[in-house]
Design a protein around this ligand. Structure first.
Ligand code: PLP
Length: 390
């Protein structure tokens, strides 16, 4: 064998995630590895917790990054809150709602699904109706930002409805955290998980989670042990818990945690609401350019995610061919459609560090170069949005 070091190409990542990683984060990752019980490291963990509380807009003590990707954050919520026989209302309007259903069933729970068409938001009335039909439900779970379709659901309203029916809430914020308005305490969300590789523009591999006291009390009142040793929060808290005697639970991914810390420092420097505004502005500019290219959005403006632009592939253009050309000729990655949307839509991400005017312009220019015709100039249309914002 004669295998040498791997040097990936420099891509522009404008798909559904991972997004471009800020060079400051990559630099932070390359700092010396120290022990996961080193006092200096423990100090950094405390700061990370505080910064995560800021990103989530919460004072929840139980706020920490799970040492694995977003799906592990999802499992952490379900494994700790669902006991065998528990009924969970799961809202499904895309891929990740379906993954929640799997989680409920694997925890021995009973999933009652509330379905909405792909490309539309979760309908609060359907959730209300399901809760009336199933007064014994314990939890309502939904995806705040559906990455498979580019849809934002109304988290505040859905949580209010769930609480009126004495249910806890589990919210997927993998794609919303840092990219669009999310207020865990104001909206009274009980359990929430996210990922590092989207609007935090950190490397993949960690899942920030947060649980309020209502959720913690439910975990403490469990009749059965959490079936996953690794994700059992009672044990994880021995390592991450405030004031806890830091006990070995698992070897933390030290350098990845440096990366998360740096990404959250960047968010703090920018200001959370400024980050939301930046995502929105770049989305508006991309939208103006795409519309000049004759490309239509799949999702209604009222529930469109600025960080994930789901658009119909124009007639006469082959999905895979165009995406391959963008990758080969422009080092530009955009996302394909999933499920029913495969071959019909593109998912153009503007997440975190990738949400910037240069990327908007690169994407529009590349789409023109591979054959999409603009009526007037797509670049000028995007530029006029920035000009108006100045
Ligand atoms: N939930 C949503 C909304 C996602 O977009 C993703 C990943 O794209 C996940 C969950 C799963 O996260 P991960 O791929 O990091 O495990």
């Amino acid at each position: 064998m004669n295998i040498s070091s791997f040097h990936p190409p420099e891509r522009t990542l404008m798909g559904p995630g991972p997004s471009d990683v800020n060079p400051r984060i990559l630099e932070a990752m390359s700092r010396p590895t120290i022990g996961h019980l080193d006092p200096m490291f423990v100090g950094m963990m405390e700061q990370t917790k505080t910064l995560l509380q800021y990103a989530f807009q919460t004072r929840n003590e139980l706020t920490l990054p799970v040492s694995a990707p977003g799906s592990a954050g999802m499992e952490t919520c379900f494994a700790n809150l669902v006991e065998p026989g528990d009924k969970v209302i799961v809202c499904r309007n895309g891929v990740f709602g379906q993954r929640m259903t799997e989680n409920v069933e694997r925890c021995g729970g009973v999933a009652v699904t509330v379905d909405d068409a792909w490309g539309t938001a979760v309908d609060p009335q359907k959730v209300e109706d399901a809760l009336k039909t199933h007064p014994d439900a314990k939890i309502v779970a939904f995806v705040h930002a559906e990455t498979s379709t580019g849809v934002r659901s109304d988290a505040k309203t859905l949580v209010e409805i769930a609480h009126r029916h004495d249910c806890l809430t589990i919210v997927d914020a993998v794609t919303s955290l840092g990219g669009s308005e999310l207020r865990v305490d104001d909206w009274d969300i009980d359990a929430i998980y996210s990922g590092t590789q989207k609007c935090l523009s950190c490397v993949p591999g960690l899942s920030p989670v947060s649980f309020n006291t209502r959720a913690v009390d439910a975990i403490k009142a469990r009749k059965t042990k959490v079936q996953s040793w690794f994700l059992d929060l009672n044990l994880v808290m021995g390592y991450w818990g405030g004031g806890a005697k830091r006990a070995y639970h698992h070897t933390a991914p030290i350098n990845t945690l440096y990366a998360l810390h740096e990404s959250l420092v960047l968010l703090q420097e920018e200001g959370l609401e400024n980050a939301w505004r930046r995502h929105d502005l770049n989305h508006q500019a991309l939208k103006a350019g795409l519309e000049a290219l004759g490309i239509a959005f799949v999702v209604d403006e009222s529930c469109r995610l600025p960080q994930l632009n789901a658009v119909s592939i124009p007639e006469g253009f082959d999905d895979a061919t165009i995406r391959k050309r963008l990758l080969d000729e422009f080092n530009l990655e955009i996302g394909a459609g999933l499920g029913d949307f495969a071959g019909k839509i593109w998912r153009i991400g503007l997440m975190g560090y990738a949400s910037k005017p240069e990327n908007v312009m690169t994407c529009l220019a590349a789409l023109e170069a591979v054959g999409l015709q603009s009526s007037g100039s797509a670049i000028a249309a995007a530029q006029s949005v920035y000009d108006r914002a100045d």
